[in-house]
Design a protein. Structure first.
Ligand code: SF4
Length: 353
């Protein structure tokens, strides 16, 4: 049983982060934010996949202003991702952003950080202080020479104290290094030093394949330690994949019930159908039919000899054998069909559960 670290609770729009609230799943759009229709269409796809909070890149004023129109069409909280220019943060808050993400290392002047804090405080908008190993202050670099976990943690604490000195405490923190082990170590250190909620996520995660592996290892390690209040998996390409991986990580660790689970066999010489194609089709249909939130386990197995037995824990499943595919419930065969019709049969059975 994973015991979560106790943190303060803050609110991003209507979604609580930290305290006893569920670990929320975030993603970030990769559209031009000012292209409202493209951005909205991606947000709607993310929402359908299970995204709870969406972050938008705000590199210019027209993106900041677009938040007004975007928010009219969604009920998901929006985070404005700001770098370098504090005026973009002020404009995003003005436009209705529910949270601001800044890297204080690249908004150098203290008075500009204070302007952001005061504007957020006026509207109860939280700020994520995202500390990056590449933008540590000169003083910390001099002291530690390298961007070690100790240096990154010290930098995060320095910014936390700075925002507290402005009277601002609606804070979420994240720390990032391009080295996974340094990042994990930084979070472990930080979690001992502060009870502000922690956002876990890296930006250099990679392709679907290597990004999934890396994210599962390092996000999984922190979650097992009870660290993390909101998370984003980063994958190059369609952000919907980030949500699928995030749900899978949380579901696998039993932290959140993230809907359906598919188990499939690795296949062997007994397999008589294209199981890989079938399992992918099952997953696609589950999303098409909006059944991704059903808390059920579906098994897709290559043969009737061992399949149902190997997948006893599944609520429902299918297993192929000699031109037929068998339907089973809780390890017992309850029907069969030809391979062409099995997908429809399985989906209609899942609808009944
Ligand atoms: S379920 Fe059947 S096909 Fe799949 S790995 Fe086991 S024995 Fe092989």
């Amino acid at each position: 049983m994973i015991k979560r670290r106790k943190t303060k609770k803050i609110y991003c729009g209507g979604i609580p982060i930290g305290g006893d609230s569920p670990i929320s799943i975030q993603s970030m759009t990769n559209t031009k934010t000012w292209d409202v229709s493209e951005t909205l269409s991606q947000i709607h796809r993310l929402k359908k996949a299970g995204c709870e909070i969406v972050r938008l890149a705000i590199p210019d004023m027209r993106s900041a202003e677009a938040i007004v129109e975007i928010k009219k069409h969604i009920d998901m909280p929006v985070i404005a991702d700001i770098h370098f220019d504090h005026k973009l943060a002020l404009a995003a808050v003005e436009s209705g952003a529910d949270k601001i993400r800044i890297n204080p290392g690249n908004i150098v002047r203290k008075e500009n950080l204070e302007r952001i804090a005061l504007s957020c405080m006026e509207r109860s908008v939280p700020i994520r202080i995202g500390v990056n190993s590449g933008s540590l202050s000169g003083k910390i670099r001099k002291k530690h020479e390298h961007a070690t976990a100790e240096a990154i943690t010290e930098s995060a604490l320095e910014y936390i104290y700075l925002f507290e000195s402005f009277g601002f405490g609606d804070i979420v923190v994240s720390v990032k290094s391009s080295d996974v082990l340094t990042t994990v170590e930084s979070y472990r250190r930080l979690s001992k030093e502060t009870d502000y909620p922690l956002h876990i996520g890296v930006t250099e995660a990679g392709t679907f394949f290597n990004g999934s592996v890396k994210s599962s290892i390092w996000i999984g390690s922190l979650l097992i330690d009870g660290i993390g209040d909101t998370l984003r998996v980063s994958i190059t390409g369609d952000p919907v994949n980030e949500i699928r991986i995030a749900r899978e990580i949380l579901g696998t660790l039993g932290i959140r019930n993230c809907g359906y689970k598919i188990i499939s066999c690795p296949t062997c010489g007994r397999t008589t159908i294209d199981l890989e194609k079938l399992v992918n089709s099952v997953e696609e249909r589950i999303f098409e039919e909006n059944m991704q939130d059903k808390p059920i386990t579906i098994a897709v197995m290559g043969c009737e000899v061992n399949g149902p037995g190997e997948a006893k824990e599944a609520d429902i499943g299918i297993a192929a054998s000699k031109g037929k595919v068998f339907l089973f419930r809780k390890g017992e065969i309850v029907g069969n069909s030809n391979p062409e019709s099995i997908l429809d049969l399985l989906i209609s059975e899942i609808k009944k559960i």
